[in-house]
Write a protein that binds this ligand. Structure first.
Ligand code: ATP
Length: 448
């Protein structure tokens, strides 16, 4: 799948088709904040669901959690965020643009070539006050990662889930970072959503589980349609490792601006549980009934972003094609991710066709996310569905009134098959699960 598409094309498709809009647009927008429209909200949900299915539902060693965004301020002291979650910030003395010093190739302003100030450390956590008094004692932070909610609930989850190690706790939720530089559309924003798994293991088995999760997470993107050529694994060098990490790999994607992190997988050792045990005065350990040992588990953390994944899936699915002299833009999204699975398109808005088409819509909409569209020419309606990545269009025509059959059109091959309305749901279900779409398939042959 080609991924050499400019970001502008993605931004424009997202706006045109209702995936992503600039936030507060009627007031001129708010820097680095974006709103997900009707198509975007479905795509985002599908990314979350696909992750949850793979990481929680299809395994018996991972359970879920939904912890609060605001946590006790001491959490962030113990985790190291109050002292250490900071980036070095520099300002250009000429044009006043602000940069992250660790991201600059040269010690001059990338905007105008001007001189830069000395780096100042800038803490990325958003602060606010709990209760009516804006005073130091009432400071709370908006979480910069969801992981800490998992660590502080480790005991609660362990005792109530009655699980043994290895045990994973998964969480999806919003995180906030007052990033110095944002940009590249939804790649780096100040409010974003994370997909985080903390997988607790017995020390000594951590390296094995680390390798396991690096592979598992890489394969997840490939299973959902991202081309292997556009993904790579990058191990962090010793000087780059975060203070808590024993090892770390990034899964990078070839975004239009170059290779950039899609997900990080870290071996965090026992850093977090030890820190919280020390700061809270609680003993946070695991008693292994098989070996009769008590220990502090090590943790492997695959940490991904919903918004960044959405962007990568969109870029990888995007294609401008020319078919039989006609141009079309298409999103070859995996059916599990496509916002709309099936579109019902009556050949025209006609008083005879409409009742049957509405019946077909009602028949399938309880099984699949379905769109009904009878607004313009059939060609335009196909193009719209291609642009939002709808895998199948069902066309109801005048023959359908007689033979009680409809035509299914495949987004990718453009092949069409004619099938009985009675069997439509079963056929669509099989096709959405990946059954080959071929005009010489059973249904087409039956038709002949
Ligand atoms: P970066 O170096 O790109 O700032 P990071 O290494 O600080 O990222 P992590 O702390 O490892 O990021 O966060 C895990 C994941 O959360 C990232 O791989 C990314 O998908 C997502 N993420 C982190 N920061 C942002 C952000 N500002 N906007 C969107 N997604 C983010």
């Amino acid at each position: 799948m080609p991924a050499n598409v400019e970001m502008d094309k993605i931004v424009s498709l997202c706006k045109r088709r209702g995936f992503v809009f600039p936030s507060s647009e009627i007031y001129g927008g708010l820097a680095s904040c974006w709103d997900y429209g009707p198509m975007g909200v479905e795509l985002k949900r599908n990314v979350r669901d696909a992750w949850w299915k793979a990481v929680v539902h299809e395994r018996d060693d991972v359970v879920g959690l939904d912890s609060a965004i605001m946590m006790h301020p001491r959490v962030w002291e113990a985790s190291g965020h109050v002292d250490g979650f900071a980036d070095p910030m520099v300002d250009c003395k000429s044009c006043r643009l602000r940069w992250r010093a660790d991201e600059l190739e040269k010690e001059i302003c990338p905007g105008c070539g001007g001189d830069l100030t000395e780096p100042r450390m800038f803490n990325l956590m958003f602060k606010t006050f709990m209760g009516p008094l804006e005073q130091e004692a009432n400071i709370v932070y908006l979480r910069p990662e969801t992981a800490q909610g998992i660590f502080v609930n480790f005991e609660n989850v362990l005792t109530t889930s009655r699980k043994k190690l290895p045990l994973g706790i998964a969480q999806i939720g919003k995180s906030f970072r007052n990033e110095i530089t944002t940009g590249n559309f939804i790649f780096r924003t100040r409010e974003f959503e994370q997909l985080e798994l903390e997988y607790f293991v017995r020390p000594g088995t951590d390296e094995k589980w680390f390798d396991y999760w690096v592979k598992e997470r890489f394969d997840w993107y490939v299973r959902l349609g991202i081309s292997k050529d556009n993904l790579r694994l990058r191990q962090h060098g010793k000087d780059e490792l975060a203070h808590y990490a024993r090892d770390c790999y990034d899964i990078d994607y070839l975004f239009p601006m170059g290779w950039s992190e899609l997900e990080g997988i870290a071996n965090r050792g026992d850093f977090d549980l030890t820190q919280h045990a020390g700061a809270s005065g609680r003993e946070i350990t695991y008693f292994d009934t098989e070996s009769n040992e008590k220990y502090v588990p090590y943790v492997i953390e695959p940490s991904a972003g919903v918004d960044r994944s959405v962007l990568a899936f969109l870029i990888d699915a995007y294609d401008d094609e020319e078919i039989e002299g006609e141009k079309r833009t298409v999103l070859h999204l995996h059916p599990d991710l496509a916002p709309i699975k099936v579109a019902v398109l009556p050949l025209s808005r006609n008083e005879k066709l409409t009742p049957l088409a509405r019946d077909v819509y009602r028949q399938i909409c309880t099984g699949f996310v379905t769109d009904y569209d009878d607004s313009q020419s059939i060609g335009r309606r196909y193009r719209r569905q291609d642009e939002i990545g709808t895998p199948f269009c069902v066309t109801v025509d005048f023959d359908s009134l007689e033979d009680k059959q409809v035509t299914i059109r495949d987004r990718d091959s453009l092949a069409q098959i004619r099938v009985p309305i009675e069997e439509l749901n079963a056929i669509l279900e099989a096709k959405l699960k990946g059954e080959a779409f071929d005009s010489s398939s059973l249904w087409a042959t039956r038709q002949k």
